[in-house]
Design a protein around this ligand. Structure first.
Ligand SMILES: C[S@@+](CC[C@H](N)C(=O)[O-])C[C@H]1O[C@@H](n2cnc3c(N)ncnc32)[C@H](O)[C@@H]1O
Length: 332
């Protein structure tokens, strides 16, 4: 919303704005824009992060209101400007407008996100306080302008919010809520600056400076050029979302592949070490085998020289003759 600073400046220039209720603060990027233009700002945020608390606490012009719109609106003083950028769905926006039209009918109301993607499709911040009857079937996927179905590569909430599965139809989307509120209330005027998701301005025609504010904004609210540029921006933006999604998927694939390659390389190194060990075993086995072969090839009895053999034979002959003589001995 901070890109709309000059539009807020136009409004503040034409109308005394002492108090602003900012619904949906998130990081507090815009809160001080209203304060710098001269207002006290009631910053409504259901779950402020520590950074936001610290930021708002440091600036006395900014008052943190921890709670949900529209329920908390009753607790706040009526404001001159309501900036609605909280829960982007029909039920909440319709209830916020009903409260403002009844309790602060002279206020200027600025609504962000009245065009694609929230104009005709509900988005639900988590946890949603809405009863089931106010919630369309929803999904974590998001829309794109490149086809009708929602997709994980579309405008997604990353756990912060979900989106209605289908766009259009009754009680669906921020712009539908504004149109239905206008249909039930006389004398209110609504114009859209068709830029950065749509900047809607709603003022009762009899409210102070209503005509001057719409006149000042007319070059932008009536600009076909701006509307065309916004459509083109959305087409490029959603294409980038798709490319980012694909790039992330490829990065995840590449990381997985690198992990697989790493583990396969470790496995190959292990197998190489095993192979080296096996080769060493084989070499050792061959040596042992060769040793055994050598062992078996060696004669068990050492070779006997011819002269030793001759001596042994004549020795044996002599011993044998002596034995024969002895056993045949003299007759009795
Ligand atoms: C789109 S962001 C607001 C961005 C902010 N206006 C800016 O321009 O920087 C919407 C914020 O509304 C808050 N939110 C959701 N539901 C809400 C509710 N019912 N009332 C007030 N804030 C709400 C979310 O927590 C989120 O921080």
């Amino acid at each position: 919303m901070s890109v709309f600073r000059e539009l807020f400046a136009e409004i503040f220039r034409r109308r005394e704005i002492a108090a602003v209720v900012e619904v949906g603060v998130e990081f507090g990027q815009v809160s001080s824009v209203y304060a710098d233009l001269g207002a006290t700002v009631h910053c409504v945020e259901p779950s402020p992060a520590d950074d936001l608390r610290a930021f708002l606490a440091a600036d006395p012009r900014l008052n943190l209101v921890e709670g949900l719109s529209p329920a908390v609106l009753d607790e706040l003083p009526a404001a001159d400007l309501y900036v609605l950028d909280g829960d982007h769905n029909y039920a909440v926006v319709r209830a916020e407008l009903a409260w403002i039209m009844k309790n602060a009918p002279d206020a200027v109301v600025v609504l962000h996100d009245v065009l694609w993607p929230c104009g005709r499709r509900d988005f639900y911040y988590r946890p949603s306080p809405l009863p089931p009857g106010d919630v369309h079937p929803s999904t974590d996927d998001g829309p794109t302008v490149w086809h009708d179905e929602v997709t994980p590569a579309g405008f997604v909430g990353h756990d912060a919010f979900s989106a209605a599965r289908h766009a259009g139809g009754e009680r669906n989307g921020v712009l539908t809520a504004v149109e239905d509120a206008l249909a039930e209330a006389d004398g209110w005027r609504f114009e859209i600056v068709p830029a950065v998701f749509g900047f809607g301005v709603l003022i009762r025609e009899a409210a102070p400076a209503a005509g001057e504010i719409f006149d000042a904004l007319r070059p932008l609210t009536s600009s076909h050029l701006l509307a065309t540029l916004e459509n083109n921006r959305i087409a490029l933006y959603t294409r980038i979302l798709q490319l980012q999604y694909e790039a992330e998927a490829r990065t995840a694939d590449a990381t997985e592949m690198a992990e697989t390659i790493g583990s396969q390389q470790r496995e190959i190194e292990g197998l190489r070490a095993e192979l080296a060990r096996a080769k060493a075993e084989i070499v050792k086995g061959r040596h042992q085998l060769q040793g055994l072969r050598d062992e078996t090839a060696r004669p068990v009895v050492p070779p006997v020289k011819d002269e030793e053999l001759g001596a042994a034979v004549s020795h044996l002959g002599r011993a044998l003759s002596a034995r024969i003589r002895k056993s045949s001995g003299p007759a009795r």
